[in-house]
Design a protein around this ligand. Structure first.
Ligand code: ADP
Ligand code: ASP
Ligand code: MG
Length: 593
């Protein structure tokens, strides 16, 4: 007898007919002998309707009351769903988040799950019921209703699957599965038969709205098998698994975050502690920053740029201006009309020239790249918002994703399905106090990298493409790439290569710089530290936990890149071992490893 969690999104239960169809799916499984837990969202666009209602009353509703309001959407759905099962002749009981025992912290409107008690659900399942659980909601230690953030029903579903040790968590939605990019924005997108947790985590946190990224955090931490499939068509769907054959392809998908804004703290005295001051204040305000780029700094003054969603811009600017004053920075600038395009692929870490291919495809469309950061399995670029669609199209074609061969991977995905047995929760999970705590798996040091930096690169379309095409032709394997927000029409671009390639890299960079009026500098040996885990970007305080101990040691960070599964920093070679020790300690890992 299998335990199955089935989650139905808003469009899948938008009216009575659809609700009955969903109830039938659940009942059929139950009749086949499986224990079935159903998680439902609010019907149709009910949550948006409730948000609009609140806006008609006030511009600044209290977060607690918003949760009280928004949670009603799911309460309607569970009751109607249970009634539908009853009228089809089945046994079902509906439960709210509090009735299930989903305990969260008190961060209203984006609460994190601390624990879930399974007693009530297990008892009801033992009695032969289908349990209909309200998605998206929980309660805090004072009994207040909380919600998990928009799209949070996915997280309820996967979290329940984790604690119930379900055999599968099926996510029923309005598309056939996870596509190479949003199929509603780009019709040539293809449905992927399977994808790895890490890729899905990156895609979801970078804007692919098909899954709530925190649900994939749970899936990865607890080894939950997730199947995303259509409510309306009998298609195979996409299996989200620990390791996937996607390692064979350099790029699995492209995500778009279309409402991004950039803030730059200009002319900060370049000393350890500036970043800490900024990012700790932002973290205390509950803001999770995304791309972070620090220029190396001229005349002892550096620029620190970062991106946040437009909805967080006002608060972020307030905090940044306060920090600017206390640090004696020259200015704070911002741009609210940007979009972030990210390509994600587990295979890119092994293939040369992926960045070059991406940048060239953008250059051919005359799209200017405003900022770049990369990590092992993703490359993110910031472009002007009006260029976003053209950028997606160009990059999708550059990696031939529209001709993605689903047949051959279908077989591989069957093999993955077969191989998949319930994984034991990771060791790291046992250390967590709350289920949704940040899970840091490891901090490691790589002392084999060399850092090359261009300064004064002209800010125009095609520059990054020229640089990385040339580097690709030289057969150099580039690891991290970071391009700053341009100032006075000049940008700074840094990348790392294996130290053994340093001489060739510098030669190539010198030629490129000479033809573009730019300058090149090089640090032959640098230390790159990587912090791997789950939720690295979305937990607002991670950057803070990273900067604080380094600041205390007087260690300056030269380069940083953030991603959902990995945070990389580059520091001077002589600080490598010390940085490793303090970071391992800061993240609760044994120091002697
Ligand atoms: P639900 O209500 O079922 O939770 P959502 O609207 O939250 O559904 O998520 C499904 C939507 O996600 C799709 O309709 C699609 O427009 C969007 N989407 C964005 N990126 C992707 C992607 N890479 N693959 C599939 N769908 C995507
Ligand atoms: N109803 C909530 C929302 O619209 C949660 C969800 O659908 O997952 O965001
Ligand atoms: Mg959703």
């Amino acid at each position: 007898m299998a335990t199955v969690v089935q989650k139905f999104g808003g469009t899948s239960i938008a009216d009575a007919t659809k609700l009955f169809a969903a109830a039938q799916k659940a009942l059929l499984r139950n009749i086949q002998g499986d224990r079935v837990v159903v998680v439902v969202s609010a019907m149709g666009h009910q949550t948006d309707v409730l948000v609009d209602l609140a806006k008609q009353i006030t511009d600044q509703p209290s977060a607690r009351e918003m949760d009280m309001l928004l949670s009603t959407g799911e309460q309607v759905s569970v009751a109607l769903f249970a009634m539908a099962v009853h009228s089809l002749g089945g046994k079902a009981v509906s439960l709210t988040g509090a009735q299930i025992g989903i305990r969260t912290d008190s961060t209203h409107t984006k609460a994190r799950i601390r624990s879930i008690s399974t007693d009530q659900i297990t008892k009801l399942l033992d009695d032969g019921n289908i349990v209909i659980a309200a998605g998206f909601q929980g309660f805090d230690q004072n009994g207040n209703i909380t919600t998990l953030g928009r799209g949070g029903s996915d997280t309820t579903a996967v979290a329940l699957a984790a604690v119930l040790e379900a055999d599968v968590c099926e996510i029923y939605t309005d598309v056939d599965g996870v596509y190479t990019t949003d199929p509603r924005c780009f019709t040539e997108a293809r449905c992927l038969p399977s994808i790895s947790y890490d890729e899905m985590l990156e895609l979801a946190s970078l804007g692919a709205g098909v899954m709530h990224s925190r649900s994939i955090e749970f899936a990865k931490k607890f080894g939950v098998k997730v199947l995303v499939r259509s409510s309306f068509r009998d298609a195979a769907g996409t299996l989200i698994v620990a390791t996937d054959q996607s390692i064979q392809r350099p790029v699995s998908g492209i995500a778009l975050a279309k409402d991004e804004s950039r803030i730059t703290l200009e002319g900060v005295p370049d000393q350890p502690g500036a970043s800490h001051a900024l990012f700790s204040q932002l973290a205390s305000a509950g803001i999770a920053v995304d791309m972070i780029v620090q220029n190396m700094g001229r005349l002892g003054l550096a620029d620190i740029s970062f991106t946040v969603p437009v909805e967080d811009l006002t608060l972020s600017l307030e905090v940044t201006r306060r920090v600017a004053t206390s640090l004696g920075a020259k200015d704070v600038s911002h741009d609210a009309s940007l979009a972030k395009i990210s390509v994600v692929g587990a295979g890119m870490a092994r293939e040369e020239g992926v960045a070059g291919r991406m940048f060239s495809s953008l250059a051919r469309q005359n799209i200017n790249v405003r900022m770049i950061t990369t990590s092992e399995i993703k490359i993110s670029v910031l472009v002007d918002r009006p260029d976003a669609q053209a950028a997606i199209r160009a990059v999708h074609q550059a990696f031939s994703l529209e001709t993605f061969d689903t047949d051959s991977t279908e077989e591989q995905s069957h093999a993955a399905r077969k191989r998949l047995s319930k994984t034991n929760p990771l060791e790291v999970v046992r250390r967590l106090e709350g289920m949704e705590d940040l899970a840091v798996e490891d901090v490691s040091l790589d002392s084999s990298q060399s850092l090359v930096t261009f300064t004064d690169l002209p800010d125009r379309p095609g520059v990054a493409a020229d640089v990385f095409e040339e580097i690709g032709r030289a057969g150099l394997f580039v690891d991290m790439i970071v391009q700053s927000h341009p100032r006075d029409n000049r940008a700074e671009l840094s990348f790392t290569v294996p130290a053994c390639d340093q001489v060739r890299a510098l030669e190539t960079a010198g030629t490129i710089a000479a033809t573009r009026g730019a300058k090149v500098s090089n640090v032959p040996h640098v230390a790159k530290l990587s912090i791997t885990g789950v939720g690295m970007r979305s937990h607002a305080g991670v950057a803070d936990r990273l900067f604080a101990p380094l600041m205390r040691e007087g260690i300056n960070i030269d380069l940083i890149s953030t991603s959902e599964v990995r945070l990389n920093i580059v520091v001077a070679a002589e600080h490598g071992a010390r940085s490793l020790a303090v970071l391992r300690q800061a993240f609760g890992l044994s120091v002697d490893n």
